[in-house]
Design a protein around this ligand. Structure first.
Ligand SMILES: [Fe+2]
Ligand SMILES: [Fe+2]
Length: 224
């Protein structure tokens, strides 16, 4: 059987094992602490932990490729699914406590809440980390009208990290890494996510339509 030839450019999306960023000592120490805390927090969910570590590496890789701060990207990747271990009822309770209102019963959007809740809890635990990290974590499930570069890096990394099984949508986003702008890469991942929700008959968070329209108009304006 012929071996599949994979060119270097086909693999631009994948972080390499020996990839190293030249961090300041305090950044290296902070990332080590965050990784250790994440390993403890997600210890009961090995797959979730592996995913988080993989998102962290992929986010760091994308950040370097697109000129975004790799330290913030790696930190956000490590912490983004921090509250995935919280039982559903407890997560809903915490969301109500923080006054999270998505305009629909919270039960119907429960899968979106772990990022929003973590973004409100973690700043107390890590007060020295900048707020961009919390914004990226808050919108990693739902996206937002005001997506910045770090938000886009985390959103895309969450969707394409190597442990995620290939699907036509994921394969397409992966193939675009390094070949299109970060905005276009994010757009592809975001729209691919919406298509997935529609095709699998999942509940569509109503504000997703507003976010889609807002981002679509912003893209049209940039093109004129
Ligand atoms: Fe998540
Ligand atoms: Fe995730």
């Amino acid at each position: 059987m012929a071996k599949k030839t994979v060119s270097v450019s086909d693999e631009l999306w994948r972080p390499r094992e020996n990839e190293k960023v030249d961090y300041e000592p305090w950044q290296r120490l902070t990332l080590m602490r965050l990784e250790s805390d994440t390993r403890t927090q997600l210890a009961s969910r090995q797959k979730r932990l592996d995913h988080s570590l993989s998102v962290a590496k992929t986010a760091e890789h994308l950040a370097v490729l697109y000129g975004v701060n790799p330290f913030l990207a790696r930190a956000a990747g490590l912490l983004h699914d921090w509250d995935k271990v919280v039982p559903k009822d407890e997560l809903l309770e915490r969301a109500r406590y923080f006054g999270i209102d998505l305009g629909v019963p919270l039960e119907s959007v429960e899968p979106l809440l772990h990022g929003m809740v973590a973004a409100r809890e973690l700043p107390d635990r890590y007060p020295h980390l900048p707020r961009e990290i919390w914004h990226a974590i808050a919108c990693h499930t739902s996206a937002a009208e005001d997506m910045g570069p770090l938000d886009m890096v985390l959103f895309v990394a969450d969707g394409i990290e190597p442990l995620r099984r290939d699907s036509p949508g994921i394969a397409q986003t992966r193939s675009l890494v390094g070949k299109v702008s970060l905005e276009d890469l994010f757009w592809n991942a975001f729209v691919g996510g919406l298509v997935y929700v529609l095709e699998t008959g999942r509940y569509l968070y109503p504000r997703a339509i507003d976010i889609y329209n807002s981002l679509a108009l912003a893209r049209q304006r940039r093109r004129v």
